[in-house]
Design a protein around this ligand. Structure first.
Ligand code: ATP
Length: 297
């Protein structure tokens, strides 16, 4: 257990009759970027609060680099944390807050912090009470990324960032990994997780449905095709890579393409196709469909 950056054993949290987290077993290895993905209310923030010793588990336990999460003073010496709702001292400026956090946290690379302030286009001269949600998030991210803490725990850190800043965020995560830091990133954006993570855990209704590598994830890609035709319907049975063929109204057919399209196109060439639409479902849809089915078996 002490080899893990983060470790949960049968970690459980109940709020009255609601089981927010159900017997989570999880190991995050030192140096990996681990994505923690799940829809709203799945239990991501609850898990993070338990891993950080900020909430008490109903059952099970959690460790940070071998230190019991309940021993907050020691465990937090190993990590920097960006909460989902960043609260800052309202009267202090961004610069003052960053200065204060550098003095109290587990060590800060000041030159890198100043570089991040530039890259995130953060005006640190203003008091925090004037900051938007995104700017508060930026202050917390800059403070966390600039530490040399071996573990960064980021709870939906990009929900208030625009696409340009999202790009900077991804670069900063890669730089953290290159320095050997471990990143635990909670998100409901599969594209973000896909872009920066090595492995992903999927949480659904408090249960860890699966832990997969990003290449496993990419193997689940598929396309949804809808065609319109006149005359005879094309026969798509037994065509390699074609699944879930179903009529979609008058003179329309829908199917799923899970492999190269050539065999399907040859079959379609035999009839009078008047329109063809291809939709790429989001990876999130695919992933949750797939693992949802697995989980209910
Ligand atoms: N203090 C609390 N008291 C009662 N129920 C709670 C409490 N905190 C969380 N819950 C419930 O536990 C479940 C998991 O919530 P949690 O905030 O962990 O989900 P999440 O995956 O982080 O969601 P989101 O993406 O919306 O932040 C939800 O049903 C939530 O309503």
């Amino acid at each position: 257990m002490t080899d893990s950056a983060l470790c949960a054993v049968q970690l459980t949290k109940r709020y009255g009759r609601l089981t927010a987290l159900d017997a989570l077993d999880l190991d995050v290895l030192p140096g990996e970027v681990f994505g923690f993905l799940g829809p709203n209310g799945a239990g991501k923030s609850t898990t993070i609060r338990l891993l950080l010793g900020l909430a008490r588990p109903t059952a099970g336990r959690a460790e940070v680099f071998g230190v019991d999460a309940a021993d907050v003073a020691r465990a937090h010496g190993h990590l920097a944390y960006v909460p989902a709702d960043v609260a800052l001292w309202p009267q202090l400026t961004g610069a003052e807050i960053l200065h204060l956090q550098a003095r109290t946290g587990p060590g800060t690379d000041v030159a890198y912090r100043d570089e991040l302030v530039e890259r995130f286009a953060l005006d640190v001269s203003k008091p925090a009470r004037t900051y938007s949600t995104g700017n508060r998030q930026k202050v917390a991210l800059v403070a966390a990324f600039a530490t040399r803490a071996p573990l960064l725990v980021l709870d939906e850190p990009t929900s208030g960032l625009d696409p340009l800043m999202e790009h900077e965020f991804r670069t900063a995560v890669r730089q953290a990994r290159d320095r050997g830091q471990t990143v635990f990133l909670s998100s409901h954006q599969l594209a973000e997780v896909e872009a920066v993570c090595d492995r992903v855990g999927i949480l659904r209704a408090g249960r860890l449905v699966e832990v997969a590598t990003i290449s496993d994830l990419r193997g689940l890609r598929r396309s949804e095709v809808t065609i319109s035709y006149t005359g005879t319907a094309p026969d798509l049975t037994m065509i390699p890579g074609v699944a879930a063929v179903q009529p979609a109204g008058d003179g329309q057919l829908q199917f799923t393409l899970t492999a190269a399209p050539a065999p399907a196109l040859r079959a379609l060439a035999a009839v009078d196709v008047t329109a063809l639409a291809v939709r790429e479902p989001s990876l999130e849809e695919i992933f949750l469909d797939y693992y949802g089915e697995q989980a209910s078996r």
